[in-house]
Write a protein that binds this ligand. Structure first.
Ligand code: F6R
Length: 247
């Protein structure tokens, strides 16, 4: 289903409220909540609202386990563009999550260690019972995580090559496209699909054409997000501008 909100602020609060209610439901049952998280501009306000809920309304993250979708490769965790740093600054440093419960793909590995690491990442998700909720943004190539066009629907966590458009879109963060890594480690489409709930968020006119393709287009590896049409557990949460080309 598709839910359209007046603006991204209201939409972000609604997503944060859903995450908070999942966390509290799990807490009440004495269980852990396993969240799949995204970086980028899209979820920033969701994380800001979760921080507010923690600081002002006592929402605790003691029972929360997180797995981030992706990280550039290579990438040092303390680099400005690192997703480890992004998550610390935009969420983890401001809540009471246990450090050992946080997982972000490691951009510092030696090439020959990556395949085993990716299998272990999948296994860690499985061992905690799978993802309860996966939060996604969408790239203008139609990528979810860094699953670029050509990604297989059953793909797992792996090293991928970034699309040229993705690197162009990231060029501002890196001070030029030539500085954007050509690779990334990402959860696969198959990994994302196993989540019990999936929320894909998109804001602004810039995302309207790809949202039209993702929601209404033919299901195809050329637009990886179209695979989400095959899931019964996905919700597209949009602002009016991102939804503006939907029929
Ligand atoms: C980030 C990720 C990407 C982004 C997408 C949109 O962890 O997996 O798929 O969600 O590139 O990025 P923004 O939100 O910056 O437009």
């Amino acid at each position: 289903p598709v839910s359209v909100y007046a603006d991204e602020h209201i939409a972000s609060k609604a997503v944060a409220a859903r995450i908070a209610s999942l966390i509290k439901r799990k807490q009440a049952a004495g269980e852990q909540a396993v969240l799949g998280l995204a970086t980028g501009a899209t979820p920033i306000e969701v994380y800001a609202e979760l921080i507010r809920l923690h600081k002002e309304e006592g929402l605790s993250f003691q029972n929360v386990i997180t797995f981030n979708l992706d990280e550039y490769y290579p990438m040092q965790p303390d680099a400005v563009q690192s997703y480890v740093r992004f998550m610390d600054e935009n969420l983890f440093n401001h809540i009471d999550i246990k450090r050992e419960n946080i997982h972000v793909p490691d951009g510092t590995l030696k090439k020959e260690a990556i395949a085993d690491y990716c299998l272990a990442y999948e296994q860690q998700i499985t061992e905690v019972g799978g993802l309860d909720l996966q939060v996604l943004g969408i790239g203008r190539t139609g990528h979810i995580g860094f699953n670029e066009p050509g990604s297989a629907p059953n793909s797992g966590t792996r090293l991928v090559t970034l699309d040229d458009l993705t690197r162009r879109d990231a060029s501002r963060d890196f001070g030029g496209k030539e500085n954007v890594p050509t690779k990334a480690i990402t959860m696969g489409i198959g990994t994302i699909f196993k989540a019990r709930e999936i929320i894909l968020m998109a804001w602004s006119k810039k995302k309207a054409p790809i949202i039209k393709k993702a929601v209404e287009g033919e299901i195809s590896g050329n637009v990886p997000a179209t695979y989400l049409q095959l899931s019964d557990n996905v919700e597209f949460i949009l602002d009016t501008e991102a939804a503006s080309e939907l029929t």
